[in-house]
Design a protein around this ligand. Sequence first.
Ligand code: S3P
Length: 429
Amino acid sequence: MELHVRQSKKIQGQIEVPGDKSISHRAVMLGSLSHGITEVKNFLMGADCLSTIECFKAMGTEFEQTGETSLLVKGMGLKGLNEPRDVLNVGNSGTTIRLMMGILAGQPFFSSVTGDDSIRTRPMARVAAPLKEMGAVIDGRKGGNLAPITVRGGNLKPIEFVSTVASAQVKSAVMLAGLYTSGVTTIKEPERSRDHTERMLTYLGAQINVYESTVQVSGGAELIGKPIEVPGDISSAAFFMVAAAILPGSSIRINRVGLNPTRTGIIDVLLDMGADLRITNEREVNGEPIGDIIVKGGSKLKGVVIEGSLIPRLIDEIPIIAVAAARAEGETIIRDAAELKVKETNRIATVAGELNKMGVEITQTEDGMIITGGSALKGTFCESHGDHRVAMTAAIAGLAAAGETVVSNAGCVNVSFPGFSNLLSKLVV
Ligand code: S3P
């Protein structure tokens, strides 16, 4: 599938974006581990979250789809999962494999997990190491670092784990394994990563303590299924926020977006760049803050420095931030973001490569990129590299590029944002 985008004057309209990917995954997993029924609304029916459903079906969880984006998860309790009869397949989803490894580590059975070409290159030792320390037996290719991964779980003990990466996937895996111990598991991160697992576990009845970048989980508590309304994904909203900010005359309102402070780095950066952005109608649903985001085009944007504790708060938005930086005056420096190299693709290389083809002055560095704004963009042929966020980034850059931009191999957009291209066509004026 190809995306075709023409240069556009502005985008305009009022929209909602699909449900948050991180929260949708967790609703399936934690719903499965709860007693009773978890009713999920605004679930992201994207490829990644559907992979999570398939994996849990293979372990005996039953699901009932009750609407286009709503479903019931029939929970089986912490100890209700069954040994899967075949290899679990997570497709393209890093969140599925890593969080599920934490759950599998707690099960008294054998399991094996694999995924697509991209997943089979992504590091798993960062999750396997603490889980092994807790007592799980885990192996995989390349000394246990790469999928397929095998897990023989059960009999876990709590640990005090100091993570070297700020990763919610690593933190969450250890937290979920911690539920299967009879003590308190402590995880300390170098910077605070997204905290959806903490919030949802607390909402469903687990005992969680958080102070600064340390989280503690008490084992053994029963989780009780409850309704979960998934907020719109700020990582999906980000594409339209940037589109509106770079196209003068634009005016967009995105309703019901998740505004969890561990995810709102994109808002801080756009404001810092000088964008006309406003939040309204702030409230909370099932322990997650949400609100409506209004962005108007026409403000002059300027380059900024993005580093340190801000990075985990916008790690998935760096590709689209690079597009805002390309339309800003001066230099934008992104550093401390070496994690980008181990996402669905090496996003330092793929983002710099594709934007460079469109005429953006962008240099790769060891842990980020430097973008010099102001060059004219030209439409061209771009390649998604099978990475959903690279595909959408090129498409949004295409709105500001002379002529036509064609993004090839763009079916991957469905991983996180089904309907992206239809929504975009509706907004373009
Ligand atoms: C996610 C955590 C982040 C993010 C990913 C989703 C999650 O990865 O990049 O898209 O749902 O926990 P890391 O925690 O590995 O940085």
